[in-house]
Design a protein around this ligand. Structure first.
Ligand code: PMP
Length: 285
């Protein structure tokens, strides 16, 4: 696999990042994951816009221009022969050459940048989407700026492991009785034909897939309610689903052992998944 590190395309075995890189020592880094279908990037402008927002919230600059970033993404997809898969991008505050809590002067220490691809053949026709996910709920004990896409993914990883241990697919975070989001996705329920998902704030990541799916839902005359919903409401919902760049729209069929509806993926989730994949393919770059 060819990866990109600070200006160079190199075989992964030759890629090097300093032990003093702040991404490594302090999780002082942000990231994006962009899906690739048919060799093209999905929702690229959205991921770029969110990257800029994450960087600016942390007082970091971009190490490359937007045009360069697109070119690097495309180059990596081509060099690695990716048809269906993902491109992972990480920007770190860089390597100050020592460990120190204070941010280094950005005029002296340049941000670091790493990109790599992951091949996922058949990404859009996953068997999991036909079965639907089963989830458990766990307390949301993450920090208060979940709108910034940082690489602090330890608790989400622990959540995924709790789900695995429980024999299910994912965990939904709950705070003050209300669902925030999934370990690495936004959460939705459907009740009486209404699509309900938490409103945007610093409580959740502003999903790029969320924005696209809500737009498609409104265009298809579906009713969308952006508000927090309780875990109890979720368990009484007709159906549920999650969205993320890598899972698209994934139906959820069970929460904490409670089966939703018939226990099969619901019609709203299934329809939105089809629309999202079709429309995103059309707009892919
Ligand atoms: N919430 C969290 C906590 C996430 O990690 C992700 C995906 N990284 C999402 C939501 C979904 O965001 P997107 O649709 O942009 O992938």
């Amino acid at each position: 696999r060819i990866v990109y590190v600070n200006g160079d395309f190199v075989p992964e075995e030759e890629a090097k990042v300093s032990v003093f890189d702040r991404g490594f020592l302090m999780a002082d880094a942000v990231y994006e994951v962009t899906s690739v279908l048919g060799g093209k990037l999905l929702d690229f402008p959205g991921h770029l816009a969110r990257l800029h927002r994450s960087l600016s919230e942390l007082g970091m600059g971009s190490p490359v221009t937007d045009a360069e970033l697109l070119a690097i993404h495309r180059d990596l997809v081509a060099r690695n022969g990716i048809v269906d898969g993902l491109v992972y991008l990480q920007v770190t505050r860089g390597n100050p050459g020592d460990r120190d809590f204070t941010f280094p002067d950005p005029a002296v220490v340049k941000p670091g940048i790493v990109l790599f691809t992951q091949s996922k053949p058949g990404l859009a026709d996953s068997p999991a989407a036909r079965a639907g996910w089963r989830v458990i709920s766990i307390p949301d004990i993450r920090w208060g700026r979940r709108d910034i896409k940082t690489v602090q993914l330890l608790y989400p990883s622990m959540g995924k492991m709790m789900a695995k241990k429980a024999g299910v697919d994912d965990a939904w975070f709950v705070e003050e009785g209300k669902v925030t989001e999934g370990t690495s996705n936004n959460a939705y329920i459907v009740k009486g034909g209404r699509i309900i998902t938490r409103d945007l704030s610093s409580d959740i990541l502003h999903g790029i897939t969320r924005a696209a799916v809500l737009r498609f839902a409104r265009e298809a005359q579906m009713t969308v309610e952006e508000r927090a919903f309780t875990l109890e409401e979720a368990k009484e919902a007709d159906e549920a689903f999650i969205t993320s760049a890598s899972a698209f729209v994934m139906p959820v069929v069970e929460i904490d052992g409670v089966r939703l509806g018939s226990g099969a993926p619901g019609p709203v989730a299934t329809r939105l998944r089809d629309i999202y994949i079709e429309e995103s393919r059309k707009a892919a770059v």
